[in-house]
Ligand binder design. Structure first.
Ligand code: NDP
Length: 453
């Protein structure tokens, strides 16, 4: 069988056996579509059925989460934990709380996580979880009761050497705190079973900033390779959550000017540069809508989502040199990339997971726009989570600068590995291909070493 037929066969059986998981197919297709050169060079992956195995989670757990709202009414949600691949270490990957969450979304995120975690060079397998619970508009008490109920079931499946979840959309320090407290109450153990913990109780300095900072370090590496840098560049950023905020902060440190941010209701354009203090106050502290920004900064523009030109994301219509999609999946499509190209954008660096559609990626590659794929560019978060696990295990506490230095060097090594692998497979500079192949090779070889499991 030809390599392409092998890939097609696995793709087809994935779609037949897991109907309706659109985002998962997209993630699988994106990875398998770049593996042809290594499958040609190394028939062992076909002989050992690696593709058939790697697309099926080792375990997926689906559970009922029942909690009581402030009005005394019983509410019900679905909880998920997909333990995708433990070939190179315990499962590691975030929890997402968002009404759009379903099994297909958690599987796409878990699948991406396998290769991302492998690229970090650290011993962490791939997993992901979450719930269709919507934290928006909920009181602190409701969030706490939901998190406690969620942890009652999750606690049966996680552990320091087994599975260590972290945050993702809708899960930040507050939610991690409530879940950690409940785990401790249930088991009596103070253990590093979650990352993203508060710094007073086992968390690592720089973890909050890590994904955003890491994404900017990655972009700097990409540009440095072209004898360029972020200094003096105009950047557009989508989102206004954890990743977006610390992307914006680090962009300023690197001498760039971030001029946009957004949330699920609309976007802000501030030609003077987004004011970081206002953004943190609105989104991190007050948990308000981003349109509040214009009350403080009258010169800035707010555009609600319903007024975006049809089929586009208005963030990507703002002229820029570099773009950082940092909100959610499929938020940058073909029309968006055409807008970015027209306005002179040179680099798209993905802070979010799978934010660019396949058509947008094809367009970038055909038109010479540099593309830094999420599984490489946003790996700083999970890498720093692993640094948190290391500190927990050795009872140490590193300084902000120490962790930041390690993060910076991990991002450089992820870039080098992705770049060098693209060169090895004769497509120099194709970081998507380089990252996918490098991430795959380490996991697949480990699977072969461990036998038929
Ligand atoms: P947050 O919940 O902190 O922020 C998400 C941001 O994106 C919010 O501004 C939110 O708007 C916006 N958003 C969410 N869904 C949509 C949507 N459907 N349409 C438009 N905007 C939306 O999440 P994070 O910053 O942690 O995560 C952002 C992305 O980065 C995700 O793809 C995540 O998987 C990825 N990522 C996160 C890591 C981490 O360490 N946190 C690590 C690696 C990747 P609103 O405020 O209105 O909800």
């Amino acid at each position: 069988m030809s390599v392409q037929s092998y890939i097609d066969k696995v793709m087809k059986s994935t779609m037949q056996s897991t109907p309706g998981q659109t985002e998962f197919y997209q993630a699988v297709e994106e990875v398998l579509g770049t593996l042809e050169p290594i499958l040609l060079a190394e028939p062992k992956y076909d002989n050992y059925n690696i593709l058939e195995r790697i697309v099926i989670p080792e375990r997926q757990i689906l559970f009922r989460v029942v909690w009581m709202d402030d009005a005394g009414k019983i509410q019900t949600n679905i909880g998920y934990r997909v333990q995708f691949n433990s070939a190179i270490g315990p499962y590691k990957g975030g929890l997402r709380f968002h009404p759009s969450v379903n099994l297909g979304i958690i599987k796409f995120l878990g699948f991406e996580q396998i290769f991302k975690n492998s690229l970090t060079g650290l011993s962490i397998g791939g997993g992901k979880g979450g719930s269709n619970f919507d934290p928006k508009g909920k009181s602190d008490g409701e969030i706490m009761r939901f998190c406690q109920s969620f942890m009652i079931e999750l606690s049966k499946h996680i552990g320091e050497t087994r599975d260590v979840p972290a945050g993702d959309i809708g899960v930040g320090g507050r939610e991690i705190g409530y879940m950690f407290g409940e785990y401790k109450r249930l088991t009596g153990n103070f253990e590093g079973i979650l990352t993203g913990k508060g710094v007073n109780w086992g968390g690592s300095l720089t973890r909050t900033e890590a994904t955003g900072f890491g994404s900017v370090y990655f972009a700097e590496n990409v540009l440095n390779k072209q004898d360029d840098s972020l200094k003096g560049k105009i950047a557009t950023v989508s989102g206004s959550g954890n990743v977006a905020i610390y992307t914006i902060q680090k962009l300023y440190d690197m001498g760039a000017t971030p001029v946009t941010c957004s949330d699920s209701r609309g976007m802000i354009y501030d030609k003077n540069g987004i004011d970081l203090d206002s953004l943190k106050l609105i989104k991190e502290i007050n948990r308000q809508s981003i349109d509040e920004y214009c009350l403080i900064h009258k010169h800035a523009t707010y555009l609600p989502v319903h007024s975006y030109p049809e089929g586009t994301n208005a963030v990507w219509a703002v002229p820029c040199d570099v773009a950082f999609p940092s909100a959610t999946q499929n938020e940058l499509n073909l029309e968006d990339i055409k807008n970015l190209h027209k306005n002179g954008c040179k680099l798209v660096c993905e802070g979010a997971n799978m934010p660019s559609t396949p058509e947008a990626i094809d367009y970038m590659q055909a038109n010479g726009i540099m593309y830094a794929p999420g599984k490489a560019a946003n790996a700083g978060g999970v890498a720093t989570s692993q640094l948190e696990m290391s500190q927990n295990a050795s009872m140490q506490k590193w300084t902000f600068a120490e962790v930041d230095d390690k993060l910076r060097s991990i991002m450089k090594s992820i870039f080098d590995l992705s770049y060098d692998t693209s060169k090895e497979f004769e497509d120099e500079g194709n970081l998507m291909k380089g990252a996918n192949i490098a991430g795959f090779r380490k996991v697949a070889d480990s699977m072969i070493d461990q036998g038929a499991v």
